[in-house]
Design a protein. Structure first.
Length: 100
């Protein structure tokens, strides 16, 4: 993990680039604010999936928490809609399964 921390300190962020940036989000919000808009069509025009669209934008065009983070500039790549769960260490994990 020290290597990842050192890379982040140098400004390197690993992983797949996010599809949703501020410009795309603004277009998505504008399109979804139109009551006649169909989410699947909006997503297709923006080269997104409907899941990604709805991760960032509500059906009425307002931003969700992940969308607001993009607008605020506090969006951390790879964290939209995800929660991190803690895994048990291997020794405790095997005991937990055996006791279940």
């Amino acid at each position: 993990m020290a290597g990842l921390a050192a890379a982040r300190a140098r400004g390197r962020m690993g992983g797949r680039p996010r599809k949703m940036d501020c410009a795309t989000l603004m277009m998505a919000m504008s399109a979804m604010a139109d009551r006649k808009a169909v989410a699947a069509e909006v997503a297709k025009r923006l080269n997104l999936t409907t899941t990604t669209l709805y991760t960032y934008v509500n059906g009425d065009g307002t931003p969700k928490a992940a969308g607001q983070a993009v607008l605020d500039g506090t969006h951390r790549p790879g964290t939209a809609g995800k929660t991190r769960s803690r895994l048990l260490p291997a020794s405790r994990h095997s005991n937990a399964i055996a006791g279940a």
